[in-house]
Each structure stands twice: as structure tokens, then as C-alpha cells.
Design a protein around this ligand. Sequence first.
Ligand code: FPP
Length: 250
Amino acid sequence: MANYSEEEIRAFGLVKEALPKHVAVIMDGNGRWAKAKKLSRSAGHRAGVDRLRGIIRLSSDLGITSLTLYAFSTENWKRPSDEVGTLMALLIEYFTKEIDELFANNVRIRIIGAYEEFAPTVRNVIERAMKRTENNTGLNLNIALNYGSRAEILRAANLAMRQAIAQGKSEITADMLEQNLYTAGQPEVDLVIRTSGEQRFSNFLLYQISYAEFLFPKEYWPDFSDEAFIDALRVYQSRSRRFGGLEGNA
Ligand code: FPP
């Protein structure tokens, strides 16, 4: 449930009914942010984690249904091992430190991606966070870890195929495929934000973003403030979404 009233939301220049239900964010630019400040890449990732609290809180208070954050892709294993180690340590620290507040705010944590491939120390903390918040009814916070969209679609197709075979059917339906995506049961993505000015999707939610609006703000992720997020929501609301139909007909 939103904590902000309709009037408070209007004071931000936003219209409650027209808010996106599902926002997905590619948090890009931690490294460049750090370099510009002559800091280590680790410091950049830490600053990136510090930005999560504000964006999650705001999404929850606005009554957004789902927020999906790209935290670690299947390709991120290619980074130097000390950087991968830093990201893993930050994940453990994040879930340990923030879980009480997330729980208190009725946030439900869901991990999307093959997180079972992580070391037991990381897996345990992730699984505890999911278990602890599984009955929460507020914001769905999907954190993409060891995530790749092509792998997700292939996995869903294989699961759906097995179900079809078990039911004696020779084809899978779109519904069966969707039910086997990590985001099953959640609204389709309405808005994708990629910070740092880069304009790529990097294997992120390729099925779920079919009709999404895209925004590529210039700020590096650690500088993407609450105000910048609200700005992005305003731009989203100024766009006309037609879903392939005609104006006023969507
Ligand atoms: C992109 O910046 C960012 C990442 C690959 C990692 C994003 C991860 C976090 C913000 C931490 C997530 C942690 C939790 C607890 C959810 P980059 O390193 O590619 O930046 P660059 O393109 O400027 O080098």
C-alpha cells in the first residue's frame, strides 16, 4: 500500500493512477562515478548500494507494485575476481543490514536469476531475506542476481515444455511461458531506467519489457537522486502509451 496520499503524490507533479506498476532499473555507472572522484571501483559500488535505500523507499511509498534492480548479470563473472568479491561482500552486508527496515516497510524480496550458483555464504543470506519477507504484501523488490534474460526465457520454455508433455499437449502457450518466468504473477514492466547515459538493455528482462517505456538519464547510478527518480516518473507520465493501438484507444 502506498504511504503517500493522492495529494502528496500530486505535489510531486505525479498522478497516482498513471504511475508505472513495474519499474526496472539498470544501475550503471558506479565505476565511472568512482573514477571521476579518484576513488576505487569498490567505493563506487558501495555508493551504489547506498542509493538503494532512497529508491526502494520512494517506490514503496508511491505504491509501485514491483521494482526490479539489475545487481549482477551472468556476464559480471568476467570482471576481475576482486571486484566480484567486493560485489558479493556488499550483497551479504546489504541483506544483513537492511533486512529489518525492508521487512518493517512490508517489502517482499524476490531474487531473480540463478542465485543457487553463488557461494553458500551469499546464498544463505539471500534465502533468509526471501523467507523472512515472503508474506509481505507491499512492494515486490526483485533483485536480479546471476541473471540473464535469454537464460531465463530458455529456462521458462523448458519448464513449460515439461508441463505440456506431462499434460499430453504438443505445444506450450504464452501463458505457460509467462508462468515460468521469474517474474510470474507480477505486472509487465512499464518503465526501464538505465543510468549513466548508456543506451543498451544488456540481456535484461527482454520478454517483460515488450511494451515498456525507456529512459536513459545521464547521472551515474550513485548520483541518481530521489528527485531524479521522480523526474523520470514525470517523463514517463508525459509519454503516450498506445500498445500498438491508436491514441486514446489503448
Ligand atoms: C554497473 O556499474 C553496476 C554493477 C555491475 C553493479 C550494480 C550493483 C550495485 C549497485 C550493488 C548491488 C548490490 C545490492 C546489494 C543489490 P559499473 O561498474 O558497470 O560502472 P561503469 O560502467 O561506470 O564501470
